[in-house]
Design a protein. Structure first.
Length: 337
């Protein structure tokens, strides 16, 4: 669960900068990396106020197949930029400033992406790669990238939603869980489901994971849950879901909703139906809780599916969150050419 910081006033820029430095320190990153994160957040937060009418900034650690780092996501619902190539040039400004923000972010970041357009708002993803190595653990070449966003209901500190991924024997496992209701008890149910997911045997199936979670969650208020196991080398994935987790497979621009069965994990599950689907290069799998409108799609966001999954998830979360519930979306994308 992450809590994006609101940046609607110049006084909140300093708060966002201090938070970025704290994230780096808390997760054991170097002072240099923390300073770079603080610089990017300062530039992005200033742009939110100047050009976006305010927005949110999310700073968090990330883990890839061979390294870790810090990820910054800045989102606004402003007018957007019609000429991104011009806007990213140092010296360009529409507010009389020096116009160093986007160019500075690009120079400091290890990688960055921007999604914007006239009347589409602006979303900025910046990543800072650390020197922390991650043991490959027999993983294949990384074709799959993942990004997500999970936020609590406004006014709540605990989030009843959760998502997780893990690599097991050349397959990427992904789950999304929504504990019933809100607050600490919903969060307890979701975290228990994640524990079962993380501890599942390497030869377990989505059916096995949900069945085990159903037993483990009987002492909680229950949850809805979906699990997918993607095998990029074999070109297939297995999926099972119970309850109203919305799961969409996007291939060649076409969106297909995958069916889940009715029920509540830990309370009432009559059937767990696992199905297998083909997985092709360029495929996108997105799982979301009912904190996002079930009508979400990419039709109104031209070019978004070509962006990093973290940026895709951030934009969809921004534009389709209901605002009255915990809200989570996780996106898996196949980057094979």
């Amino acid at each position: 669960m992450e809590t994006p910081l609101a940046v609607n006033d110049p006084s909140q820029v300093a708060e966002a900068r201090r938070h970025a430095a704290l994230v780096a320190q808390t997760h054991g990153f170097s002072e240099e990396l923390g300073a770079k994160a603080a610089l990017i957040v300062t530039e992005a937060a200033t742009n939110l106020i100047k050009y976006g009418g305010g927005g949110t900034i999310l700073t968090r650690p990330y883990t890839e197949i061979d390294h870790t780092g810090i990820e910054i996501l800045a989102l606004d619902r402003g007018p957007g930029m019609g000429h991104l190539d011009i806007s990213t040039q140092d010296g360009h400004s529409t507010s009389g400033s020096l116009g160093l923000g986007l160019g500075g972010i690009a120079r400091v970041s290890s990688s960055h992406e921007i999604y914007t357009g006239e009347m589409l708002g602006t979303a900025i993803l910046a990543r800072l790669r650390s020197d922390h190595a991650v043991a490959p653990a027999g993983r294949p070449r990384q074709w799959l990238t993942v990004g997500g966003m999970s936020t609590p209901k406004i006014g709540q500190e605990a989030c009843g939603d959760a998502y997780a991924t893990r690599w097991v024997g050349g397959a990427l496992w992904v789950t999304t869980v929504d504990g019933l209701g809100h607050g600490p008890q919903a969060a307890r149910a979701a975290h228990e489901a994640l524990r079962i997911f993380q501890e599942a045997d390497a030869d377990a199936t989505p059916y096995d994971v949900i069945r085990a979670a159903h037993t483990a969650l009987k002492a909680t208020r229950g949850a809805v849950m979906a699990v997918a196991v993607i095998r990029p080398v074999l070109g297939s994935f297995e999926f099972a879901g119970v309850g109203n987790i919305s799961t969409a497979l996007i291939k060649q621009g076409e969106l297909r909703r995958l069916p889940s069965t009715d029920g509540t994990v830990g309370y009432s599950v009559r059937t767990i139906r696992e199905q297998s689907y083909p997985w092709e290069p360029g495929s996108i799998l997105a799982l979301s809780t009912d904190g996002l409108s079930t009508r979400w799609n990419l039709a109104g966001h031209p070019g978004l599916q070509r962006r990093h999954p973290a940026l895709i998830a951030g934009v969809l979360h921004r534009d389709f969150s209901r605002g009255n519930d915990d809200a989570t979306i996780v996106v898996v994308k196949d980057e094979q050419a």
